[in-house]
Design a protein around this ligand. Structure first.
Ligand code: ZN
Length: 508
């Protein structure tokens, strides 16, 4: 099921995966099938070239973060933002700017979290949104760093290749916009060593066979660059089908011989090669023209040149409302975090941590588009916690976190009697509320019975209450605040032995 907020009983994926783990990347840089009928037609001159747009083209991205069935293992939101900024850096040269459309979705599914291609295609068929670049970040992307699926028309990225320095996202979107690998044709060789053993000291063959297609091998003199490999003349010959590290000169360790017996070095700079991410830098001009043409023909309607009004959201506009700084929170297993709505913020990145330094290991970190979040079951009692919020604009995700507040998580009132079903069925809006307004408590399909509610102030005194409400299925109760001083209150509703408690805030 798709949920807007991660389930907050999660202990943070960091217990499983350190944030900046130096995990070996998956063996394949990318598992995108190389053939692209669109590029075939483009190279055949059947599609008119469109030069690079002079206006910025705004392209919507639908972003989904996968967790397992229990809500473990999501990509770290801060790292995702860094990767998104990096993606926009790479595409700025093309005058394309990606923005995050709609909500950032969280999806809990072990089957999709660690999948083979069939599972990935099913994931995309079920959850893609129309006319967007659908991007999914999973625990294991069929053993690759990522891939673009032509049939499902979406991009899947492995969590280990979304680390804020990796260019996998840019590479996969290169495929999305029609590009092939620079080494197209060499995928039938399992390792770079196998290519090296065969063609380091003797000429490469004139053609290769890949999935029943004959692919010309690119020559150094440029005589067949339009017909060979990726079909671009400003990308160098590249015979390396496996991830590789560049040397200090920016090339592969060894040279190869082309079909004419001319020795050449393979440069690491192109994003569509399999060179490691520290080496790659850019798309070529011809690749840029092809992607721009793809955007304007194959993907017409995806981009907009209407300039949206946006400004990065500002951290100094954030007010952390509850818990108050240094507050002792009287609930051990449920803490509601509340902040204000910030101009230009479409999302908020919320972090809760056991220290105030927020290094690489953060206890809990998630996106929400609300201004409240209920943290449940992950916080130890009798322990101090630190929290902060970063407002995020969907067009410009740069920015900083608010000041850090701390609260002491107490253990005064047990919520062991909290009824999860009742809790899920009850909504209280608005919260926070301005003085003089009322909280509206609503619930649907609650069953029949008698309900009571009490509103406690922070000192535990009953400020208001109502007893003996007859519930026949639905509930709608109003809690006026006209005579309440601003601050934090606890609303407790009980219905036939079931109970739910919520933190409510009356703003100054
Ligand atoms: Zn690829």
């Amino acid at each position: 099921m798709s949920v807007r907020l991660p389930l907050i009983f999660v202990l943070s994926f960091l217990a499983l995966r350190p944030l900046f783990a130096q995990n070996a990347p998956p063996e394949n840089a990318c598992a995108t099938p190389g053939y692209s009928p669109w590029l075939e037609a483009y190279h055949a001159g059947k599609i008119a070239r469109r030069p690079k747009s002079v206006e910025v083209q705004y392209v919507p991205v639908h972003l989904t973060l996968l967790g397992d069935d229990d809500g473990f293992g999501y990509a770290d939101p801060l790292t995702v933002l860094k990767s998104f900024e990096f993606l926009n850096e790479d595409f700025a040269k093309i005058n394309v700017r990606f923005f995050i459309d709609n909500e950032i979705d969280y999806l809990n599914s072990t089957a999709y979290y660690d999948h083979e291609f069939d599972g990935g295609n099913e994931l995309m068929r079920n959850y893609n949104r129309d006319n967007m670049v659908n991007s999914y970040i999973v625990g294991r992307a069929a053993g690759a760093c990522g891939y673009y699926s032509p049939s499902a028309d979406g991009v899947v990225l492995d969590i280990d290749c979304i680390n804020g320095i990796d260019r996998t996202w840019s590479h996969e979107l290169g495929h999305f916009f029609g590009l092939r690998h620079t080494f197209y044709g060499w995928e039938s060789f399992e390792t770079n060593k196998a290519v090296e053993d065969a063609y380091r000291d003797s000429p490469a063959p004139a053609t290769l066979s890949l999935n029943g297609r004959t692919v010309e091998v690119e020559r150094v003199d440029g005589s067949n660059c339009q017909d060979a490999a990726d079909g671009f003349c400003d990308t160098s010959p590249d015979y390396l089908p496996e991830r590789w590290r560049c040397e200090a000169d920016g090339n592969y360790l060894h040279s190869f011989q082309d079909p004419d017996g001319t020795a050449f070095e393979v440069p690491a700079s192109n994003i569509m090669s399999y060179a490691f991410d520290g080496c790659v830098e850019q798309f070529s001009e011809e690749q840029i023209t092809a992607m721009n043409t793809n955007l304007g023909t194959n993907r017409i309607g995806l981009a907009s040149t209407v300039v949206p009004e946006f400004t990065a959201a500002k951290a100094e506009d954030i007010d952390l409302l509850a818990p108050e700084n240094f507050e002792r929170v009287p609930y051990s297993d449920v803490v509601d975090l509340v902040w204000n709505r910030v101009p230009n913020a479409d999302f908020y990145l919320v972090q809760v941590n056991s220290t105030g330094t927020f290094g690489n290991e953060v206890t809990y970190s998630f996106f929400t588009s609300d201004t409240t979040a209920t943290v449940r079951d992950i916080l130890a009692p009798q322990k101090r916690y630190y929290w902060r919020v970063r407002p995020v604009n969907r067009y410009d995700v740069s920015g900083d976190f608010s000041a850090t507040y701390q609260f002491f998580n107490g253990a005064v009132i047990s919520t062991a009697t909290m009824d999860p079903a009742l809790d899920a069925a009850i909504a209280i809006n608005p919260n926070p509320v301005a003085p003089g307004q009322s909280f509206l408590v609503t619930g649907n399909r609650l069953g029949h019975g008698t309900a009571d509610w009490q509103l406690y102030d922070a000192a535990g005194r009953i400020a208001k209450e109502q007893r003996g409400i007859q519930v026949t299925g639905d509930l709608s109760a109003t809690v006026p605040t006209n005579d309440l001083t601003p601050g934090i209150y606890f609303f407790r509703l009980s219905l036939e032995g079931r109970m739910v408690t919520r933190r409510l805030v009356v703003t100054p």
